[in-house]
Design a protein around this ligand. Sequence first.
Ligand SMILES: [Zn+2]
Length: 388
Amino acid sequence: MTGAGSLLRLIRNGEAVTRADLVRRTGLARSTVAQRLDALLAHQLVYEAGGSASTGGRPPTVLAFNQGAGVVLVADLGATHSRLVISDLAGAPLAETTFDLDIADGPEIVLAHVNEAFAGLLAEINRGAHDVRGIGVGVPGPVAFSRGEPVAPPIMPGWDGFSVPGWFASHYDAPVLVDNDVNIMALGEHWTHWRDIEHLLYVKIGTGIGCGIVAGRRIHRGAQGAAGDIGHVRLAGHDEVICRCGNIGCLEAVAGGRALASNLTAGGLHAESSRDVVTLVRAGEPQAIQAVRDAGRYLGEVLAGCVNFFNPGAIVIGGDIAEAHQQLLAGVREVIFQRSLPLATGDLRIVPSRLGDRAGAIGAAIMVIEHVLAPEAVDRAIQAGLAA
Ligand SMILES: [Zn+2]
């Protein structure tokens, strides 16, 4: 069924810019196309602009997606640092702010602060709650995506089973999507720079280590939303290291930012966080350079298995430690190309993140936009409008 929503998708993708294009693309009668276009025009999702006179006679009217037809609100919540963005319906940022807030303060305190900041940003751009088409929230822990609830997140006390959509329901009449931060980063990086590649891994190496999986251009979350948790894969030969999860020899406990910082501190340097580790690398401290390169090798050991199993076209490495990417990626590449099968590494790209700490906010906006502008969602909104 080719409803108005499918027509909108053709216009958004640039596959159709005139009524004639839509007739040709969909095989629908001209009158049917006109009727569905009227609905899109009435909802201000599409506008008509004067065409170019290329063939003489009356130029065809050009159709364009109205990316200002609403806004999406995005909160990329980290353990201690958060970024809020308002973007238009094409994902272009309109207003933005960052702040420090401990996610361990619990959902009521954190979300109240987020909501206040959203209101401030909306006022800044002369928009109101009625303009909000959707809300996206990224959190540093596992999430039951279908319910928008964090599930037993280790560093988020009070959030287990908390309904984030339920909290926002009294403030906005718009869908609320919640996902793990690494998944939205993977989506942001893929959508912005790697749309030609079908299968991609995004690895975040900060305090901990996690991996977002893009399979067939979609986020793969797994049966329980736990897919990509490579931080707790066991490395051989590290039985003396106990992980915060209770197991021994986990990748994160050996090569995560927290582990690197405490190892360097034990070796006589001063490092409290993954950012301090990067500062030491940039200062040319040999011990820190060696530690990050080794971390790359350990990460490479786990990723070599992922490459054989999943055969990604690209591995994008982000997170604080990835800012020392020359050292880190040298280690990662060395082990992956040595351990993985040649067929799987033939065209494999292993690259640093290009979006850096903006990847999550961009990905969350895309997640929401694709949800609210999905053809079925647009058709439902138009139906509801007709019924009202
Ligand atoms: Zn562990």
